[in-house]
Write a protein that binds this ligand. Structure first.
Ligand SMILES: Nc1nc2c(ncn2[C@@H]2O[C@H](COP(=O)(O)OP(=O)(O)O)[C@@H](O)[C@H]2O)c(=O)[nH]1
Ligand SMILES: [Mg+2]
Length: 190
């Protein structure tokens, strides 16, 4: 993977970077392991590994060389809480996902120990409604046996009805390159 660089943080459309790069959104529940896998792809600590889950409220844009741009979305999983905070979060996410013509894919980061839930279904449906493909990376696979990894992938494919489900570990780096290769070859280059 080419060198990753931080471009900028943004909340609203007028702040999004102006560039010709295709973008891939990376989304996941707080604590799913999103920052960790981005750091593996970057080969440095470019994204903060959160001590305070759910604190990031910004879209962070990272350039992957001159090839494409990864957009780190704020963690979700508090939709049930309601209130203004959720409303502004939803507005930002939906604003980004619906108004970005260069968005070519959504990578959903899910802890392998967890199931596909309503939040994942909602964000996936929303993105696919805009004709943007969705894939899943099940993280923290270092905690599971080879057999259980296979089972988790099969289960996630059934639950999500998505074809592209990967397993990865940011700790051992297993599977991380395959996910990056998929994003580049299938979403960026084609
Ligand atoms: N065992 C293991 N722990 C991980 C892995 N990825 C992340 N974690 C841990 O999970 C927690 C949340 O990770 P983080 O990347 O901040 O998640 P985020 O909130 O989705 O950005 C941290 O304590 C990480 O050290 C992994 O692949 N394996
Ligand atoms: Mg994070």
């Amino acid at each position: 993977m080419p060198k990753m660089t931080f471009i900028k943080s943004a909340v609203k459309f007028s702040e999004f970077p102006v560039h010709p790069l295709k973008e891939i959104a990376v989304a996941g529940r707080s604590n799913a392991g999103k920052s960790s896998i981005i750091n593996v792809w970057a080969r440095e600590k470019i994204a903060k590994v959160s001590q305070t889950p759910g604190k990031t409220r910004l879209l962070n844009f990272f350039g992957v060389g001159k090839n494409y741009c990864l957009v780190d979305m704020p963690g979700y999983g508090f939709a049930s809480r309601g209130g203004d905070e959720v409303k502004s979060w939803k507005k930002m996410i939906e604003g980004y996902l619906s108004q970005r013509p260069q968005l070519v894919g959504l990578m959903l980061v899910i802890d392998m120990a967890r199931e596909w839930q309503d939040d994942e279904e909602a964000i996936a449906q929303y993105v696919m409604k805009h004709d943007i493909p969705v894939a899943v990376v099940l993280t923290k696979c270092d905690k599971f046996s080879k057999n259980d990894i296979e089972k988790a992938i099969t289960r996630m494919k059934l639950q999500s009805r998505l074809e592209d489900v990967f397993a990865a570990s940011s700790q051992t780096k297993k599977g991380c390159d395959e996910v990056e290769e998929f994003m580049y070859k299938v979403w960026v280059k084609s």
